[in-house]
Design a binder for this molecule. Sequence first.
Ligand code: UDP
Length: 335
Amino acid sequence: MQQTEHKKRVFVTGGAGYIGSHVVLALGEAGYEVLTYDNLSTGNRDSLLYGDLVVGDMDDKELLVKTLTAFKPDAVMHFAASIEVGESVSNPLKYYRNNSANALNLLEAMRMTGVGQMIFSSTAAVYGNPAKLPVVEETPLLPINPYGTSKMMTEHFLADLSLADKDFRYVALRYFNVAGADPQARLGQDYANPTHLITRALKTALGAFPKLQVFGTDYPTEDGTCIRDYIHVADLAQAHLDALSYLFAGASSAIFNCGYGHGFSVTDVVDMAKQVTGIDFLVEETDRREGDPAELIAGCAKIRNVLDWHPRHDDLETILKTAWEWEKKLVARGA
Ligand code: UDP
């Protein structure tokens, strides 16, 4: 961290969630002062290993203004959102409310309280089904599900605001498929009903689900299953710290893909989950899940060059192993 007259303060929405909690811990370890704002709808109080918590909803603008006024952050990180592609197709308004309308509340609250720097959790889902891979940041945004559209809308809010107001700067990080857990197993994903592939596979190995469904084997990929760029959550947390240093150094607003630049199919992940756990859990091939693009791989030159991001866990086995240690810990805890 750079020398400053006071400890830099970061206000984190969704800091009790999976990614948010890893970032809060990384911020704490790097010497920042952190305040988390979370309604605990999917996050857990126990996941907050650093700083204080304000329990509040993102649609409570009054509480947001009050909290920002009291804390006086130097920057905001906005994680609080709904994140399931399938659910966004069946319940789009939930996504437009939580991910778009509530982001407006936050931006308005920031303007009212003079907070001018933000790091926004965006997603590779803004690209839809890109024609060319790896997908770079300049690729036109053509989301194919309400989740991606809801995040794209917020990117537009940020871009337009930064043009209108020279005192507002932001970094949008477009996450590819975030997975894994803190290498010291202090944190990990802790949702009651996880839908993401890696967590679902590991919980199936532990017997929490009778089988793992593979959604579609007729995609135009080598083995017919979807390909994703899985990024370790600790590397993603580091990307947030790097983005923060970038903004604090006075740099202009920017958008970065967060991925490793190579992908694995659903079948690759299932095979690795079986290898890491040593458990041959039941797998069932089913129809495609609505809203899934065939292949998403990050072009990641920009984040490496501009933010000087150095990932340390670019390895599917490490991702699975850290997530597996965490899952076993949850079982031992009786969670
Ligand atoms: N997937 C699957 N079975 C599951 C969960 C996910 O086959 O139980 C597939 C899903 O269709 C997609 C890939 O795994 O092709 C990654 O999905 P996930 O929900 O983990 O992340 P997303 O790419 O939707 O953000």
